[in-house]
Design a protein around this ligand. Sequence first.
Ligand code: UD1
Length: 416
Amino acid sequence: MECIVINGGRPLQGLVAASGAKNSALAVMAATLLCSGEHRISGVPELCDISTMKRLLEHLGVRITGSADLRLDATHIDIVDAPYELVKTMRASFLVLGPLLARFGNARVSLPGGCAIGLRPVDIHIKALEAMGAHISIENGYVNAFCERMRGARILFDMPTVGGTENIMMAACLADGVTVIENAAREPEIIDLAAALRSAGALITGDGTGTITIEGVRQLAPIVHTVMPDRIEAGTLLIAGAITEGDVTVENCPVAYMGATLEKLRDIGCIIDESENCARIRADRGLKPVEVTTSPYPGFPTDMQAQLMSLLTLAGGTSLIRETIFENRFIHVAELDRMGARIRVERDCAVVTGVEQLEGARVMASDLRASASLILAGLAARGTTVVSRIYHLDRGYEALEEKLRRLGADIRREQE
Ligand code: UD1
């Protein structure tokens, strides 16, 4: 297994570019199952999660070439079965259910199961597909779905689920009639998926709002799309600048979709200059404590919670972080405490009391964003930090050590 070794305390400086958005690319890749022909998706980041989605699509029969510029031909689909081995490693694999069912009338997809950050059920996806006429049974850990032809329906989500909105939006593109999703997720990646689907001839309006309307069509054409930049990676790079008291400019930065993150960073005392696709951050040690509550977009993203916590460990006072999206998303706390942070968890709240200095330590990554938070803490800490189980990081950050090294970080990857 590999680990990342960081000698902390060097202010990061310079220019860095965010890659294409993982969560957007995964959904657009699943959408290629909706029709035959050669789809073209550009700006796809090279990540383990993307390789997992490629493996799943290839297993189904999709022919794939390229890496950053992907060509996917979903003309000959051999099977409509997504096995446990692939779905359990990445929950986004469940996104193939809607497209397969809508195009072929049946699909068998493994239930994703639990993951480190919480239970994450798929009941809302299933209830919505049933409302569109699907017959669904769950046997031996698999969702078996059948439907002669999906039909449009009015669907009210109990909560705004990102994956659920994407699954239903994709299925509805080929359904008979009009589907209206109420209380839909408003995340930017949904707007990006809708744009990709529209490039294929889908009739979608309202994406980015709580009500999305999709008018089904008989057939779609291949998708031609460039994936939006990754707002979570961009936010992580900005915090890398702030936590090291540096001066970092992130290019290809989707500032229009980062309102809650940028606002919190300003409240903490960071100086941020933004233009259309670019944000520059500067910070010194006079960081102020804040209260943060994660919530669906446009609220503060749960995927930035761990990284912001690392920054707040060095603020002058006590911060409060409330996690409302996932029930078990504070696993990084114990590791940050090993580095000298003072954090106490009370149910869904983390109480972070700022300290003068973090100390390097051996720590263990438990999930994707937790790994990023430990690396950020390591960049600021005195001495050497070794982050193990780094495969979590590789799921979602393209060449992070390389990007940080170019900004002046002393960071390298080693075999344990
Ligand atoms: C997506 C993102 C993930 C992000 C999350 C929340 C991808 C590939 N992943 O995950 O990075 O952290 O959004 O912004 O895009 N829920 C149910 N029943 C369901 C579906 C969801 O109860 O059927 C609950 C979940 O347990 C969770 C909440 O809804 O508490 C939000 O989950 P959801 O938006 O579905 O997250 P994902 O799409 O899995």
